[in-house]
Design a protein around this ligand. Sequence first.
Ligand code: FAD
Ligand code: NAP
Length: 543
Amino acid sequence: MLNVPPQAFPAPSSQQRVAAGGRAKVPLKPGRSLMDWIRLTKSGKDLTGLKGRLIEVTEDELAKHNKKEDCWICIRGFVYNVTPYMEYHPGGEDELMKAAGTDGTDLFDQVHRWVNYESMLKECLVGRMAVKPIAAPKETTSTLSEEKKQLKGMLPEKKVLGASAKGLTPSYDWFQTDSLITIVIYAKQKDMNAELVIVDCQDRRLRGEIIVDDHSYLVEVDLDHAVQEDLAVNIAEKIGKVEIILKKKDKINWKMLGQPLESHNTFIKRTDRGLFYRRCKLVSKTEVTHDTKLFCLMLPKSTHLCVPTGQHVYLKQIIAGTEVVKPYTPVLPFLPLDFKEPSRHDGAHIYLMIKIYSCGLFTQALDHLQVGDYISVSNPEGNFKKSQVQTSEDLFLLAAGTGFTPMVKLLNFALTEVSCLRTVKLIFFNKTEDDILWRNQLEQLALKVERFEVQFILSQPTKDWVGKQGKISSSLLSEFVKRSRKDSKVLICICGPTPFTEQGVHFKMLNQYGHRLHFCSLTEVRYLKDLGYSQEEIHSFTA
Ligand code: FAD
Ligand code: NAP
């Protein structure tokens, strides 16, 4: 098993990469875990070789440090000596070396922009770049000098920092009554919904984000006066109008909305926005199995956030003085059995089903959280699109262990809102019976809903187990994954340990050719599209 702390600098090699968006991990030597790295950074050892001095680094100087035994990398204008980190990098030394002596910002952002390198590598900081290196900085800095004027209440000029797919850029306005401030965002797209609007208001700082396809529009201001804690969000779905309603603390007339912050009124690619976190209170922690717990986190009253089906959030904790971030996929509090109405999330809570590993850095710390404690939760991320399900007739969910988590909301969505689905089948791999998450609920659901079927497959069953036994394999899957009719539209969703997911995707190739294809190049995948299961028919959940 791999010891897999978050990768600070990964980029999978073509041979290792199989699952879409997946990434390769290399086994680390003993004594090279994230915790070991944190310990080293706290040891007082001079990790930069500069005895605590910070220097200005020129491009020429940076380029000189391009060897394993002397490796500097620039990320967003800051230069780090990553030589001591080499052996601790979960993606392997070779991956880190791809950015040796250069600006690695793009490479870093491609895979794990959520990893907090500033905290992880703070003891490796050499200094700032004297001149900007090759890669352009992120587009988040707006034409601020122009925008720095106060918002006087009229519609400000739009600051478009990335091209909208349709050329329609959202905009905003605001107005007030004696007791309320209303900010209106015109998303300029139909079918707005609650999942596309994320609002936070903390210490007079308002942040309202609207998701439009793969772009994000942001209103971000330091409010002119104090507001009450709770806020309301109204969405006119059909016309794409979003109202954020704040309650004034004092009934005074506001002359302006407030001071614009750096990313205010920007419309950029979603992936170019930094992750935003808010502190959530742990309100309950209940056992699901012997090692897995359901954590219920309460969002602040001043937050509006609904995590979309198939997406995950990042949790952030300070462990031994270092910020550590890990992804988790919100579930529902239970599997609803009544599918008459689309289930409405209460909006105030996030439920996370988390397996506590006995030697897990993050999950051990999570397990020590007490009810009433707080933890930072990010905005949602993920590339799953509900529309993939809406056009399918057969849905197959292949889950291993906690790889079940994205399937929870997906299952509920499929059975509640997608009437064209004829079969919905969950094939759930676990080690033992005791490991099966929500077994009772799943069995009840299968009894109640005719088109839903669940198959449990155990890899390490006791001799009493009368059900299916084994690990993911072509023969097991070809038994359970079948089109309900010859040309039916299929969606297969896979989630579990990375090698499980890779084998699942690999299965597609086995199933269609009837023989093993060990490494499938993109070209081969393309050739396979017209046969059996196409790449579009498979979704792998990865970070
Ligand atoms: P580490 O300190 O990283 O590892 C310590 C030891 O624990 C390892 O040596 C190994 O023995 C074991 N271990 C750790 N991670 C794994 C692993 N991934 N597979 C197998 N063994 C492991 N987990 C959940 O429980 N619920 C979720 O909803 C969930 N959602 C996720 C969503 C995404 C997109 C991704 C990529 C992962 C998700 N995970 C989820 C896994 C989670 O992010 C962590 O990897 C996991 O909680 C272990 O973290 P740790 O720091 O405790 O373990
Ligand atoms: P687990 O209990 O270790 O394993 C569950 C089942 O998967 C077992 O039957 C196990 O068989 C099998 N399995 C494990 N490793 C395998 C491999 N290399 N090849 C084939 N089968 C394998 O699982 P877990 O500890 O809950 O881990 C769940 C995983 O899901 C984690 O890696 C987590 O990161 C991932 N996850 C990802 C997401 C996402 O969105 N990307 C969401 C949630 C969870 P054996 O008996 O042979 O081990």
